[in-house]
Design a protein around this ligand. Structure first.
Ligand code: ADQ
Length: 480
């Protein structure tokens, strides 16, 4: 089933799969599923269920060809402390530079570490030192050091999908030094952008007394790790095929019919405070104030599926957005025109591709975002002969590659309104020129490419034997 010479790929992430349903899978799942299929492997994570046994529950395994999907449960308490608590109330806002929303408590810190330890303990017997283990995202910062402590000697990689905040912000986390030190158990640490990587390196230097070495390497105490940039992409070919599927066509047509000749602006984001939804609506309101010719001539559709809706910050955000949309509609609506519509529905990927294609403008205005795949999907879905315009926040990771979007500061409402006006009136030849350049970027840096380059770098990373449990003792700046 597997190739023992090359070693299997072992992927660890909070949620696993799908491996088979390409209609549901996002770019990440498609990219990883391809890599898993090619070399055989294991995808390990949470089952999505709680049970009294939690992380002691029996494994559930599904096998597809040479790949196994193996999951375990969590108890309700583990889920609360690990996922809702530390991951989403502490780390998510902190790493998105939102100290105002961060909540720290030692109970969830303790549970987060113990869930990382439990997942490592369950994974350890399933892997051997020839395997490449690739851990994903902010749920599992401690997984690498826990795996090392359980005796794993093979290659270990980590990729952070969200931003890595600068040391001035990260150091507010009571356990910041522990967390970053534990990351040194990985041989290769991947980030979305050069800025994230720089922030990590600066933490190692200024908070842990480390030193930057030539190439992508960083030394802390006796340990050398590689930290590099791997911007994530989408399955560009697949997504552009979705955009011309019958299901996409139906959605495109429906939206065009509803717009009745008006230009369509869309936004597609999980309902999350990092996505700049409030700022986007304020920008749209300013457009209607400052450029009144757009009243009755444009429609704004915001698709915002609910996420983490049990957390207070998300409940507050939803209320604020609904209030704002109500005010805006109340202010500008006429008998035959409602300026803004907000939907929390989930769509299939084909339907979404059709919606992007019907839009003249897509607004992607996060206040901070690791990459933002919506921006890339929008580009891939366009008709090259008559493409829409992308308005992109300077704070999205995607900005590094998509320089030909209209780049905005989402906090600057006037600038947002001006960018909208420019996008709505942009001549066809300029739209085509900008789109062509962005399309080359999106098709040149796909999910498959991201996956292959990370794996190749992990395979060739210099393995340094310097990691030890008491790396902390080698920290010259550690408080007494
Ligand atoms: P997210 O914060 O989830 O991802 P993003 O990259 O934009 O952000 O991906 C969202 C995905 O959800 C897109 O593929 C989009 O099509 C899909 N989606 C959104 N609304 C939908 C709806 N109503 N129906 C169906 N699908 C919908 C995190 C980081 C990002 C990083 C990615 C990948 O926060 O910065 O780009 O991981 O690394």
């Amino acid at each position: 089933m597997t190739n023992p010479e090359k070693g299997r790929l072992v992927v660890v992430s909070n949620r696993v799969g799908p491996l088979t349903d390409e209609g549901k899978a996002g770019g990440l799942a498609v990219g990883l599923a391809d890599a898993l299929k090619r070399r055989g492997g294991l995808w390990f994570g949470w089952s999505g269920e709680t049970s009294p046994e939690g992380t002691h529950s029996p494994e559930k395994t599904e096998v597809f060809g040479g790949t196994a999907l193996t999951t375990i449960d969590m108890t309700a308490e583990e889920l609360d402390g690990f996922y809702h608590g530390y991951a989403n109330r502490s780390l998510w806002p902190l790493l998105h530079y939102r100290l105002d929303l961060v909540q720290f408590d030692r109970q969830s810190d303790r549970i987060y570490r113990s869930v990382n330890q439990r997942f490592a303990a369950r994974l350890a017997p399933l892997v051997n030192e020839h395997d490449l283990v690739w851990v994903h995202d902010y749920h599992f910062f401690y997984m690498g050091s826990e795996l090392r402590q359980s005796g794993f000697k093979g290659r270990l990689g980590f990729f952070l999908h969200i931003p890595f905040a600068p040391p001035e912000i990260l150091s507010a986390l009571p356990a910041a030094r522990d967390l970053v030190r534990s990351m040194l158990a990985y041989d290769l640490i991947g980030f979305q952008t050069a800025q994230d990587r720089r922030n990590f390196a600066n933490f190692c230097v200024h908070e842990l007394g480390g030193e930057k070495l030539p190439g992508d390497r960083i030394r802390v105490g006796g340990r050398v790790v590689q930290a590099a940039v791997f911007p994530i992409g989408i399955d560009a070919e697949g997504f552009s095929r979705f955009a011309v599927s019958p299901e996409a066509g139906e959605h495109e047509e429906m939206l065009r019919d509803l717009a009745r000749g008006r230009l369509q602006i869309v936004g597609v984001d999980r309902l999350d405070y990092s996505k700049g939804l409030v700022e986007r609506l304020l920008g749209f309101e300013r457009l209607l104030e400052d450029y009144p010719e757009n009243r009755g001539a444009v429609n704004f559709l915001q698709i915002a599926p609910l996420s983490r809706s049990e957390l207070d910050a998300y409940i507050d955000l939803r209320a604020e957005l609904e209030g704002l949309a109500g005010r805006l509609n109340g202010r500008f609506a006429t008998l035959d025109w409602t300026p803004i519509q907000i939907m929390t529905t989930g769509f299939t990927r084909r339907a979404l591709a059709g919606i992007y294609r019907a839009a003249r403008v897509c607004m992607v205005t996060p206040l901070r975002d690791g990459m933002n795949l919506v921006a890339k999907e929008f580009v891939a879905a366009q008709d090259p002969d008559d493409p829409g315009v992308l308005i992109l926040s300077r704070f999205a990771g995607a900005r590094a590659e998509l320089q030909d979007a209209l780049i905005v500061n989402p906090y600057a409402t006037d600038e947002m309104a001006r960018a909208l006006q420019r996008a709505l009136t942009m001549p066809l030849d300029e739209r085509q020129r900008r789109h062509e350049k962005m399309r080359a970027k999106v098709f040149g840096g796909t999910a498959a490419h991201w996956c292959e380059s990370f794996i190749a770098a992990l395979e060739s990373a210099e393995i340094d034997a310097g990691w030890s449990e008491d790396l902390a003792a080698a920290d010259p700046l550690a408080p007494a």
